[in-house]
Ligand binder design. Structure first.
Ligand code: HEC
Length: 173
């Protein structure tokens, strides 16, 4: 072997060596314990550690969810805050069909007429006066024939606010 080929081999070896060392780490033949998984984070895992439980006798502010067969009691007082929230939510979620004043003149009504479907009724005053709050809650939650269910759009608390507000809609005539 001439001196020149020897030198060429050494240079080649020096070039290839880092590549081989790199591959050893890449293919984890030599492992470096790097935290690459979120599971190794200091976060508290599901069902792990101490949980804060509500105090004894605490009542959920959301109220009881809709139970099949029985109507839930209205857990939200019809105070100023509730009525104010209810009014805003009503105009966002109900007025398109039932109208701002509740008499059933929302902008969706022509569509109901076009398809000859049962149109949004007047829900003011005595029209719903004989309905329990829970019944109104159930209609909002589950819908009713041609009225869509709105449970996805309104939280439980929001639905009760709307129920409280709907109660205040006056018959206008
Ligand atoms: C997409 C249109 C639409 C929206 C939005 C809508 N409703 Fe209705 N609603 C209807 C229709 C249509 C009916 C009548 C269904 C039937 O014929 O059974 C109805 C029926 C009702 C009834 C029963 C009235 C009765 O005399 O039986 C109540 C109460 C009511 N809606 C309240 C609400 C409230 C509160 C909201 C908002 C949270 C709302 N609706 C949103 C279309 C709508």
């Amino acid at each position: 072997m001439t001196r020149q080929t020897k030198r060429a081999f050494i240079i080649l070896g020096l070039l290839i060596l880092p590549l081989i060392v790199g591959l050893l780490f890449t293919y984890q033949i030599i492992k470096i314990p790097l935290p690459t998984d979120m599971a190794d984070s200091p976060a508290v895992l599901y069902q792990e550690g101490v949980r804060l439980s509500p105090p004894v006798g605490a009542v959920s502010i959301e109220g009881q969810p809709l139970v099949v067969g029985s109507l839930p009691e209205n857990p939200v007082m019809a105070d100023e805050v509730s009525l104010q929230r209810g009014e805003i939510l009503y105009s966002l979620h109900c007025a398109v069909c039932h109208g701002e004043s509740g008499i059933g003149d929302g902008s969706m009504v022509p569509f109901y007429e076009k398809y000859d479907a049962d149109a949004p009724p007047d829900i003011t005053g005595s029209n719903i006066g004989n309905m329990f709050d829970g019944a109104l809650f159930r209609i909002i939650t589950k819908g009713m024939k041609t009225m869509p269910p709105l449970a996805e759009n309104l939280t439980i608390r929001e639905r009760w606010d709307v129920v409280n507000y709907v109660r205040t809609l006056e018959v206008t005539e």
